[in-house]
Design a protein around this ligand. Structure first.
Ligand code: 3PG
Length: 307
């Protein structure tokens, strides 16, 4: 029997797993679950007889693909697929997909949860500021960036965006001001929200020079990937600019140091939780299950990312 494995170190809400099960079993397949695993050996063992795998930020590398002798497809229930070795998957003749847009509202809402916390001085009771009227820069205008823009307008913010791959006309159609570069975005905006993927080009790209060009009272909010931050630059920025705050959903390696030194200007969520809502789990998990069924039954490769 065709076996679909859900391998999630960070489990989906139970209601999402129920929905995934309905889709998988409805297609006549078997569902296996590997949740909260603590050891890679457990994943290597679980993939042995799986024909399809649904993951989140779980690492699918060459050893996993070597162990998964029956594997045809991996679906990353979510947007970023930097956790999957695409070249190795292609070499193993495994199709890799993501589920773009399915968890983006959840991530965008967390941006504002964190921003209100930051501008109200981490709820320490002192007078903070409001978001209304502030310039918000959105770096990368994809599914999450667009949701951030929509919510920011509700807060009455002045919204700017830059995306190397999205034409200015598309951005401006949403009533968002398009700027010509990442550097222009940081220079113009007191608050910058990062939505770039972790790629060879973006890794370490958010550096001291960029952050230091931001106006007074600068805040950078990162719900994207920790790898895009130049950590030495971040440490220098927090040290040299007492007006600067950094809030993140993905802790840098120097988290403990920054948290101890700057308790009122640095904040990291305990565990990446941007997409941790029942709705996002349901949307992304069920989309992943449906994409697997459609791929196995009809060969549909619409969301394939390893072309
Ligand atoms: C994504 O790329 O979709 C988000 O970063 C969410 O990741 P998660 O599924 O690990 O929470």
């Amino acid at each position: 029997m065709t076996k679909v494995l859900v391998a999630t170190d960070k489990p989906f809400a139970a209601i999402a797993v129920k929905g995934i099960r309905e889709v998988v079993e409805g297609a006549g397949y078997e569902l296996a679950l590997l949740e909260k695993y603590t050891d890679k050996a457990q994943l290597l063992d679980a993939v042995k007889d799986a024909n399809a795998v649904i993951i989140r930020s779980d690492i699918i590398d060459a050893p996993v693909l070597d162990a998964a002798k029956e594997l045809k497809i991996v679906v990353r229930a979510g947007a970023g697929y930097d956790n999957v070795d695409l070249a190795a998957a292609t070499a193993h003749n495994v199709c890799v997909m993501n589920t773009p847009g399915q968890n983006s509202n959840a991530v965008a809402e967390l941006v504002f949860g964190m921003l209100v916390y930051a501008v109200r001085n981490f709820y320490n009771g002192t007078s903070g500021t409001e978001l209304m009227g502030k310039k918000l820069g959105i770096l990368a205008y994809g599914n999450v960036g667009r949701n951030v823009a929509r919510i920011a307008k509700g807060f009455g913010m002045d919204v700017y965006a830059y995306d190397a791959f999205c034409p200015a006309e598309v951005i401006e159609k949403d009533g968002v001001k398009a700027v010509a570069s990442t550097a222009d975005l940081f220079k113009a905006c007191q608050i910058v929200s990062l939505h770039i993927p972790a790629t060879a080009e973006t890794k370490g790209s958010i550096n001291f020079e960029l952050m230091n060009s931001m106006p007074k009272g600068a805040i950078v909010v990162n719900t994207a990937r920790k790898e895009v931050i130049d950590e030495a630059g971040l440490a220098k920025m927090l040290e040299e600019r007492p007006d600067f705050k950094y809030i993140t959903d993905i802790k840098p390696a120097i988290d403990a140091d920054l948290a101890a030194k700057y308790p009122d200007r640095y904040f990291g969520t305990p565990k990446k939780m941007g997409a941790q809502t029942a709705e996002a789990n349901i949307n992304a998990g069920i989309a992943a299950a449906k994409q697997i069924v459609d791929f196995l039954q009809n060969g549909n490769e619409k969301f394939r990312v390893n072309k």
